[in-house]
Ligand binder design. Structure first.
Ligand code: UD1
Length: 323
């Protein structure tokens, strides 16, 4: 079963599973089935061997009025799904998690080694000082790829609910002897990414602006780093995760990333160039829930899932610009 099968990532996952010869049962709000509805699950789950849970409310959240919606769909929905999986004795879960569970990336201070800077202060952001500084001495920091064992530090409502999903899945695994594979997606982009919504990732927002003939608005100074990973690679990672080496009773997490980070400014330039303009505008604006840099180590996924992203940034963005 793929939950969220009519969505952006879920749709690609369902397609990849079918192409690999699996029978796929789809569940999606858009096709009338809610993951929070135990009766819908009881009707669809008989015969299912693996649940690939992609259904979620996504995005950063616009304001605090979004909190109940995120908690309901992502936290309560996952709890209802896990209880139904236990009723139907389904022992394998692949969970769409996110790099947002980490909060800020991995930082090193020349004097203090590995440090975890807290949320950035409004006065710093207001004066255009976007880099997190050493919480002990205030020195500049170097950013390095984050590994899966980093302590989670969710910074917004969406991130909090993604971490809660991982915890609930771990509870389910321990109680039932099931195995849970959590895929911590980095910035997913590609064909069928939602258009014209503040809840979409930055690549979709930039593409919508370019389509309308407007300049993409690059926040901060554009030098914030992200790892953009193509949705077809993410679908392949889900396929690999279905037979991931997870011990019964456990949850294991993997970063799903390209391993080749780029700045948001570079991404805007690449998309704008592919469409022939207009050129991006660096605004200096900021969003309070944003972290500065988050880049991942893809090593664990390489070693344990045999997963390696194949779509190269330039080629992927070029295709996406016109998709
Ligand atoms: C994104 C997704 C998150 C997902 C995660 C991993 C959203 C909103 N965020 O997180 O759901 O779990 O990837 O796949 O879908 N920016 C601009 N201009 C804009 C919008 C954003 O410059 O118009 C900047 C932001 O300030 C930030 C960067 O782009 O620095 C990335 O933003 P975004 O894609 O929204 O969020 P992530 O935190 O990277």
């Amino acid at each position: 079963m793929v939950t969220g099968s009519a969505g952006f990532i879920g749709g690609h996952v369902a397609e990849a599973l079918r192409a690999a010869g699996h029978d796929v049962v789809g569940l999606d709000l858009r096709t009338g089935a809610d993951v929070r509805d135990p009766a819908a699950l009881d009707a669809l789950l008989p015969g299912v061997e693996v649940v690939v849970h992609q259904a979620a409310r996504v995005g950063l959240g616009v304001d605090v009025a979004d909190l109940p919606g995120y908690a309901s769909v992502n936290v309560y929905g996952t709890a209802v799904l896990l209880a139904a999986m236990a009723r139907h004795e389904i022992g394998r879960l692949v969970l769409a998690s996110s790099m947002v569970v980490y909060g800020e990336g991995h930082y090193e201070c020349a004097a203090h080694g590995h440090v975890r800077p807290g949320p950035r202060a409004v006065p710093d952001l207001e004066r255009g000082s976007f880099e997190p500084l050493c919480p002990r001495c205030g020195a500049a920091l170097a950013c390095a790829p984050i590994g899966e064992d980093a302590r989670p530090d969710p910074r917004n409502a969406y991130a909090t609910t993604k971490l809660a999903q991982e915890h609930l899945a771990a509870n389910w695994a321990r109680e039932t002897g099931g195995s849970a594979a959590a895929l911590r997606y980095h910035n997913v982009y590609g064909p069928r990414m939602p258009r014209d919504t503040p809840y979409a990732g930055v690549a979709a927002i930039f593409r919508s602006e370019l389509e309308a003939g407007r300049a993409p608005k690059v926040f901060e100074d554009g030098r914030q780093l992200r790892d953009f990973v193509h949705v077809r690679d993410v679908a392949r990672a889900n396929l690999a995760a279905m037979s991931a080496p997870v011990r019964p009773g456990e949850l294991r997490a993997w970063n799903i990333a390209s391993g080749a980070p780029h700045t948001v400014g570079e991404m805007a330039d690449t998309l704008a160039a592919a469409r022939g303009g207009p050129a991006p505008q660096v605004t200096g604006d900021y969003r309070l829930g944003d972290v500065r840099h988050i880049v991942a180590s893809p090593e664990r996924a390489r070693a344990e899932l045999g997963f390696r992203a194949e779509v190269e940034f330039g080629a992927g963005m070029k295709e996406f610009a016109w998709s």
